[in-house]
Each structure stands twice: as C-alpha cells, then as structure tokens.
Write a protein that binds this ligand. Structure first.
Ligand code: SME
Length: 157
C-alpha cells in the first residue's frame, strides 16, 4: 500500500469523493481498531486541514480520548456534557456553527470556532464519537454529515 495520500483541491464534495476510497484502502486488511482510528483521523486532517480531528471512545460512563490529530485535548467527557457527550446521549450527529453559542460546549482549544460530532453506533449502542473542530465559524453542513457518517461505518469496533 502506498503510504502517501493524494490530496485534492476542490469542492467539499470532491474532497470527500477523493478521500473516501483512500480511507477504505487504508483500512483494508487491518483489523486493529486503534491503528484504523489513527489513520482515519490523519487522512481527514491532511485532506481538510481542520483544527482537530479525532475520536472519543465510550468507556463505562465516560468518553475517553482516542486517536486524534491536532492540539492536545481534554481526556474525559461525561455523558450529556459538551457537544460530544450530547451527541453520545442523543445518538445523533450535532453540527455547531458557533461553539460559543452551544450551552455547555467544552473548549479544548480557544481556536475552535465550529464543530461537528458524529456518533458511531454498533448494535444500537453508541461506542464512540468522531469529533471535528474548525478554526472558522460555520465550517460544517449536511455534506460533512453525509460523508463523515459514511466514513465511520467503515470502522469495526
Ligand atoms: N468541544 C468538545 C470537546 C472535545 S474538543 O473539541 C477536542 C465538546 O464540547 O464536547
């Protein structure tokens, strides 16, 4: 497997359509979850250059920081807390255009302005979330939701 990603410049949709087959290629033949989470975070960060891309994994009553790319982050989030804990509690994707307007938002980095959190669901249970932060306001929309929800389905927890 070539280790270099091919990074495209184009519309958001074009970027997802380029990176998704490459992510599938990275995951193919590898069953180690941490390795796969790490490569998905790295591939998304490299293509989109977002501030922070990473996973929080459900461990008993908390989310615990998993593989990520970006500035250091808080390690544990309770159910129902912040954007991540709310996405876990509601088992729904949350798009936040302005993190300062989300009650209870947990500010891991003062540079974060907008955020999307995708729950990862196995057997009707949230097992982890994918969290993406941007240093720009209103970075995420239904296109990100559609493709990021597809990407997390490639992962086997
Ligand atoms: N902002 C998140 C916390 C995680 S950091 O953004 C990496 C939240 O409110 O849940």
């Amino acid at each position: 497997m070539a280790e270099d990603l091919s990074i495209v410049i184009g519309s958001k949709e074009e970027q997802y359509l380029s990176i998704i087959p490459q992510i599938k290629g990275l995951l193919m033949g590898e069953d180690d979850l941490i390795a796969n989470l790490a490569n998905v975070a790295a591939a998304l960060k490299e293509q989109f250059n977002w501030l922070w891309v990473g996973f929080y994994i459900v461990k008993s009553d908390e989310l615990v920081l998993g593989p990520f790319q970006g500035p250091v982050a808080c390690t544990r989030i309770k159910k129902g807390r912040g954007v991540c804990g709310t996405s876990w509690q509601n088992a729904t994707t949350i798009i936040v255009d302005d993190v300062e307007k989300f009650p209870g938002h947990i500010a891991c980095s003062s540079s974060s302005k907008s955020e999307i959190v995708i729950p990862i669901i196995e057997n009707n249970t949230v097992v982890a979330v994918l969290d993406v932060d941007s240093s720009d306001l209103s970075s995420f929309d239904e296109i990100d939701q559609k493709y990021l929800e597809q990407i997390v389905q490639f992962l086997n927890f």
